[in-house]
Design a protein around this ligand. Structure first.
Ligand code: PEP
Length: 252
């Protein structure tokens, strides 16, 4: 499939990652703002990944809004004696469509390995959720010219899930040095990595997989990123906590 037809076959997806922010009162303001404004962005899929305790609130507030919701992590286990973990079926029970797997903060702070991330993606798929698998290099790795090696290593167990699974996932390229730092990969830098990932997917017969970019995306830089042929949307942290800013990104 050539670049132009690829561009036309994938609707953009803009997904917020609230991280560990929010409370019921603040969430109500944010969710109401999103529901009120989302009709102005019909050409983009809009979603939010909220902390576990607020999944019920998202489920209640976003019904029928056109905005989908999800969680930020999932257990690789189906059920059982895994205190503190949350199963994919539980997320589905709260209407989740999505779950992040392998966000860099979980890889760095919770020691999540590439294989564990792939296992979590598989668990999500088994429960009918779409995993959003995050990959990305650190600043040291980027400066050492190792970006593609790192992405290849992180992707290997995910790609091993096979074409029929891959066709049901979303990938997010999030350079660690750009997350929450205000530094964004230039559109060309991001495109180069997205094209690299796309080529790997194409070899496996699934070039249509959506690949989001994440890392300090804001309304002011979203349009130039989205102009790139292999960038299918964004995973947005900080800027997803303000409804107007987040929707401006979706409108970009
Ligand atoms: C993220 O948390 O996935 C992220 C990209 O954060 P930010 O937009 O704040 O850099």
């Amino acid at each position: 499939m050539d670049t132009q037809s690829r561009e036309h076959s994938r609707k953009r997806l803009v997904m917020g990652n609230w991280k560990m922010h929010g409370n019921q009162a603040a969430n109500t303001v944010l969710l109401d703002g999103l529901c009120a404004g989302v009709t102005a962005v019909p050409n983009c899929d809009v979603a939010v990944c909220v902390p576990f305790p607020y999944l019920g609130q998202a489920n209640a507030s976003l019904q029928g809004s056109g905005i989908s919701w999800g969680a930020q992590d999932v257990s690789r286990h189906e059920q059982g004696a895994y205190t503190g973990e949350v199963a994919a079926a539980m997320l589905a029970d709260f209407g989740c469509a999505w779950v992040l797997a392998g966000h860099s903060e979980r890889r760095a702070m919770h020691g999540e390995t590439d294989q564990l991330v792939a296992d979590k993606a598989a668990a999500a798929l088994s429960a009918g959720l779409t995993p959003v698998v995050c990959v990305g290099e650190t600043l040291d790795e980027q400066e050492a010219g190792r970006t593609k090696d790192v992405i290849s290593r992180q992707l290997a167990p995910v790609l091993a899930l096979g074409a029929s699974s891959l066709a049901r996932i979303v990938l997010a390229y999030e350079p660690v040095w750009a997350i929450g730092t205000g530094l964004t990969a230039t559109p060309d830098q991001a495109q180069e990595v997205h094209a690299f990932i796309r080529a790997r997917l194409a070899e496996l017969g699934v070039p249509q997989v959506r690949i989001l970019y994440g890392g300090s995306v804001k309304a002011s830089n979203a349009a130039s990123l989205f102009a790139m042929p292999d960038i299918d949307g964004a995973l947005v942290g900080g800027a997803s906590l303000v409804a107007e800013e987040f929707l401006r990104i979706a409108a970009a």
